[in-house]
Design a protein around this ligand. Structure first.
Ligand code: ADP
Ligand code: ZN
Ligand code: ZN
Length: 754
């Protein structure tokens, strides 16, 4: 039984890293746990203050005699903070971090927010007049005006900032409408709810009724409600194709759980949290809903969490960190696009939001709904084993919406038959057709830049990054100087005129990126209006929303982009999706190298024909017989999973077992080798001892796929076991060992669970 407890007094303070140590009196040793709220004597006067236990230990950190005693445990309902501290503890144990790092992840930092004055645009005409004006703008092809007016169908007021940044609307569009008394410009300070930075509530609230659910949707909602009524709390996997109406189901469930007086967290990957999505939830739940995203300042975020704690808002929507909303009686967590890689944190503690959501739900007696068109293999297997409830919807929700037709084009054949273009003949013909019909096209290529690399025709050298083991990507933006850029570390130079190795002037670009696709489209289809969306065109604030809004409003015929364009956006006028090279990552080295492309291809295909018109999808590939491509073309999720699971079983990869990687890096290559040598000796002894029971399997050490990155040499070792606890033990021991040997702090150590 632990003798001491670390207590933090002000958990909203920045300094959670300054806990105070207290002695746990004998009578409390049975009941006191991490997360408990306690009363302690504090400061010179020993006034009783409240605090939270964040750790327990057997070691006195100061003179034993000077350690004060905890006065008592506060009874009553478990507070949100207690739960979050328990979550932090769990994260620390599960993913490896200090308690301090874990606490900083789950507890919001207190900060003052100064209310800012914002310019708002208000609409002064009634709905009928508004509709008339919209029609008129459409007829005259005043695109921006039409878009602006349309926005007022759902709201009375919109901040200027939003119009400018996310909807690409300028003063010039507003001015004439203001002069005619249709719109009014006004300054006011409001920061109560970020939802209000999107919209101003309509008179009398704007909560709308939901749609009438179809039979498939009904069945899901009824089952989950029935379980809930019977006190059953569990995790459900909602496996519904894109457009099957999952979002409507979420809203119905939120409504229900709300009616029971409980709160709801809805996780959505940040990239899908667009104006469209936000408005949809605002219309339904009005001021009950709040949003967080990474663009909020620490202060704004703190304020939203405060409002959640006070019970002002019962619904929180946001990316993975919304999981730490301090709700008191959380009833439901929904995780949309549960397969998304963005749910895993890339900073320590490297938690996965799915697992963490399940843990948080278990603490507060909440249910969890995981939704996806392409569930992660892990969740799918759990559902098949009955651990999760499972629902499958194979039909689109809109009455006349049909699934697209998918064809696979073998690009080797195209080449043999003399077509050297990046567009297959079929795709080119379909693009032509859509341009004629004034329907929209999306072209997807998962590589940004112009060409993959520049290579010398004389000596054969490709130009590499001096800091990383990768080639530099050629960037060729209209009106800008050509650049060579490292996609790993950001290093960049102007395109050299001669080869840095031999001085030859014959440098040729190889491979295709989105910029080149744009150039090709402009050349082959000069009549088309084109937009491009990738990291380069969206890096400025709101850039991403701006492009989506413009394409959504029909301001372009073709949208070219990287995976950004396939995630969750609903463009009803898109009837053709072209996937230009479906091979790019199939042969990557990690074990998910088929799962990810399969998900991406399926999601991309799902973008076509969301409306009544028949959609087409063309998948161009050099490996048409790969099971990932075949399954994606047949939209055969089950078939893919079966094959993929056989492969994982055979080679012993997750979800068949747990896997942990250790990456050791150092600027000094020898140091990296020595450190990894030490670690691997320890790990391999373990394997020898455990090997008999087949409990641990070690692969490596090997050089990381990109060995030198940002001037750091990196070695990797992979450990697999069916017993997660063994991996944790190894992690703790190895971490200790490496810490001891690296007193100068020159070695980076990173553990990662898959
Ligand atoms: P998902 O989240 O599965 O992609 P959505 O909930 O966004 O699907 O629904 C796709 C489209 O179908 C949306 O335009 C939505 O308004 C419409 N829709 C969903 N459910 C219904 C329904 N029961 N009746 C009519 N239209 C629906
Ligand atoms: Zn050369
Ligand atoms: Zn680099």
């Amino acid at each position: 039984m632990a003798e001491f407890a670390q207590v933090i007094i002000d958990i909203t303070h920045e300094k959670v890293d300054r806990p105070f140590q207290y002695r746990i009196p004998q009578r409390l040793r049975e009941t006191l746990t991490v997360g408990c709220q306690v009363e302690v004597p504090f400061g010179r006067g020993n006034h009783i203050r409240r605090g939270f236990v964040v750790e327990v230990s057997d070691r006195a950190e100061i003179d034993r005699e000077k350690i004060k005693e905890i006065a008592g445990i506060l009874e009553g309902s478990v507070s949100a903070e207690s739960q979050l501290i328990q979550v932090a503890w769990w994260m620390k144990e599960r993913y490896g971090s200090t308690m301090n790092q874990a606490l900083k992840t789950v507890l919001p930092v207190k900060q003052e927010v100064r209310p800012q004055k914002k310019q708002w645009i208000f609409c002064l005409v009634d709905r009928e007049e508004l509709n008339r004006l919209i029609k008129e703008a459409a007829r005259k092809k005043y695109r921006a005006r039409e878009r602006l007016l349309r926005a007022f169908l759902a709201t009375n007021g919109i901040p200027m900032e939003l119009l400018a940044n996310q909807m690409n609307i300028t003063r010039a569009t507003i001015k004439p409408l203001e002069e005619k008394g249709i719109l009014m410009v006004d300054s006011r300070s409001l920061v109560r709810n970020p939802a209000e930075s999107y919209v101003q509530s309509k008179e009398g609230g704007w909560e709308e009724e939901g749609l009438t659910l179809n039979a498939e949707q009904q069945q899901v909602v009824l089952q989950i409600k029935k379980d809930y009524d019977e006190g059953i709390r569990k995790t459900y996997l909602l496996h519904g194709i894109t457009g099957s109406g999952k979002t409507e189901i979420y809203m119905e469930l939120i409504d229900y759980v709300r009616s029971l007086g409980k709160q709801v967290i809805l996780l959505i990957p940040e990239i899908a949290l667009t104006y469209q999505t936000v408005m949809r939830f605002c219309r339904r739940f009005g001021s009950q809903v709040s949003f967080i995203n990474s663009r909020l300042s620490a202060g704004e975020r703190y304020e939203q969490f405060e409002r959640a704690r006070n019970g002002e808002i019962p619904i929180m929507i946001g990316p993975r960190s919304a999981l730490f909303t301090p709700f008191r009686s959380l009833g439901l967590i929904i995780m949309d696009e549960e397969h998304e890689g963005a749910y895993k944190s890339e900073i320590t503690p490297r938690y996965h939001a799915r697992e963490t959501a399940l843990y948080r739900a278990s603490l507060s007696g909440a249910s969890v709904v995981l939704g996806s068109a392409t569930p992660s293999l892990e969740s799918y297997v759990k559902a098949m084993h009955g651990i999760y409830g499972y629902f499958k919807i194979n039909r689109r929700a809109k009455a006349n919406s049909v699934l697209p037709q998918i064809q696979v084009v073998d690009m080797r054949r195209e080449l043999q038959e003399g077509n050297r273009s990046i567009f297959s003949r079929n795709l080119a013909a379909l693009i032509e057709d859509r341009l004629k019909k004034k329907e929209q096209v999306m072209l997807f290529l998962n590589r940004r830049g112009y060409s993959r690399f520049l290579s010398c025709r004389n000596c054969g050298e490709a130009i590499k990054c001096p800091h990383c083991d990768v080639t530099l990507t050629l960037h060729r933006e209209q009106g800008q100087e050509n650049q060579l850029i490292c996609h790993y570390c950001g290093y960049h130079i102007p395109r050299p005129k001669t080869c840095p190795s031999c001085g030859s002037p014959y440098l040729a670009p190889f491979g295709t990126g989105t910029q080149k696709v744009e150039a090709m489209v402009r050349e082959v289809f000069p009549q088309a209006r084109v937009l491009r969306m990738d990291l380069d065109t969206t890096s400025k604030k709101g850039g991403h929303e701006e492009i989506i809004a413009a394409f959504g409003a029909g301001e372009a015929d073709i949208l070219i982009g990287t995976q950004m364009i396939v995630k969750g956006h609903d463009f009803p006028a898109v009837t053709l999706v072209g996937i230009l090279a479906a091979d790019l990552s199939l042969y990557a080295s990690d074990y998910q190298c088929s799962e990810r492309p399969f998900q991406l291809l399926t999601q991309a295909a799902g973008r076509a024909g969301r409306d009544e018109r028949q959609g087409d999808v063309v998948i161009q590939t050099y490996s048409p017989k790969h099971y990932c491509i075949e399954a994606a073309a047949a939209q055969d999720y089950e078939g893919f999973c079966k094959r993929e699971l056989e492969y994982r079983k055979l080679l012993h990869y997750p979800p068949v077992c747990a896997m942990m990687t250790l990456m050791v890096g150092a600027e000094d290559e020898t140091l990296a080798e020595t450190a990894m040598g030490k670690a691997s000796r320890l790990i391999l002894t373990w394997e020898k001892d455990a090997g008999e029971n087949g409990q641990l399997q070690v692969i490596g050490p090997v050089n990381a796929p990109v060995y030198k990155l940002n001037d750091i040499f990196r070695k990797i070792i992979y450990m697999k076991s069916e017993n997660y606890a063994i991996l944790i033990q190894i992690r703790n021991r190895t971490e200790e060992l490496l810490k001891q040997m690296d007193e100068a702090g020159k070695v980076n150590v990173q553990f990662d669970f898959c």
